[in-house]
Design a protein around this ligand. Structure first.
Ligand SMILES: [Zn+2]
Length: 283
């Protein structure tokens, strides 16, 4: 009731005289009341949104053709972010908002600190692409995910591509041109794309990487499109170095090198830098 009186008082100007709300004011009053309620969307994904108070929608007033007013619910921008988080969680990055922080990345050695500093600097001021290649098990996914986390918290949706899984789905759709282009466009045109473990593939009995011409064509189609549209941000982690990428495909590797020149780091192969094997030794 206090709230109604406060609004009436504000509308009346002096605070001493009341007048009835106009239909538009009443419709807005109802919308404001609905917008003031708290939701619980953040309990599912850890992402808190001030704009909709975690309801996922914002109520707006629209005028009908007959001059009446009514409330409509518009999806809040945070829903796109929530879809990104959900997809990343389903792809294996559980608790992305709470666990993949820069603080939780252990930087005991200088090379780790250099990686962390570069990732934090890119998250703050993303220009060009961010590339982390080389040695497996040294936290590349953690740092790239931490960059995505910062973008998500700032309200930017991120498309996550787990290479070894998503490449299989894309290739399976190759016979249906509509499905294929819809699927690949999602990766080509995303304002922010994170490709995790690019060209991750097993090796055959002769030690050759199992990367097919079809894999290379898909990678080139995505990477080339993004390279010529500079507003699109791309984050790439891979066990391969830039030299190895160029060996696999000069055009794709060259594009990555060119775009991530300022933010590209290849970690030299050194088993002591693999936290998984480190753990195995110390346990
Ligand atoms: Zn929201």
């Amino acid at each position: 009731m206090d709230r109604v009186q406060a609004i009436m008082s504000r509308l009346s100007g002096s605070g001493s005289t009341f007048r009835a709300m106009t239909p538009r004011e009443y419709a807005q009053f109802r919308a404001d009341s609905m917008n003031a309620a708290e939701g619980n969307r953040h309990l599912e994904d850890g992402y808190s949104c001030k704009a909709c108070k975690n309801k996922g929608y914002i109520v707006k007033v629209v005028e009908d053709q007959d001059g009446g007013f009514r409330q409509v619910c518009a999806e809040c921008r945070c829903e796109q972010v929530r879809r990104s988080i959900l997809h990343m969680q389903r792809s294996g990055l559980k608790n992305i908002i709470t666990d993949y922080t820069f603080e939780k990345f252990d930087a005991e050695e200088d090379w780790q600190l250099a990686l962390k500093t570069a990732a934090m600097s890119y998250a703050r001021n993303p220009e060009g692409w961010f590339f982390l290649g080389g040695q497996s098990g040294c936290g590349k996914t953690h740092l790239c995910t931490a960059i995505c986390r910062e973008f998500l918290l700032a309200g930017r949706a991120v498309v996550y591509m787990l290479w070894r899984d998503d490449i299989v789905k894309i290739k399976a759709a190759a016979t249906d041109s509509g499905e294929y282009s819809g699927m690949i466009d999602r990766y080509k045109k995303a304002p922010v794309l994170y490709i995790d473990d690019l060209f991750k593939a097993g090796r055959d009995e002769r030690g050759n990487l199992g990367i097919s011409r079809a894999d290379i064509n898909v990678a080139f189609e995505i990477i080339n499109y993004r390279a010529i549209n500079p507003e699109l941000l791309t984050i790439i982690s891979t066990e391969l170095s830039v030299d190895e990428l160029v060996d696999i495909d000069e055009a794709t590797g060259g594009r990555i090198f060119e775009k991530s020149f300022a933010n590209g780091i290849s970690i030299a192969r050194d088993r002591s830098r693999n936290y998984r094997t480190k753990k195995a030794v110390t346990v």
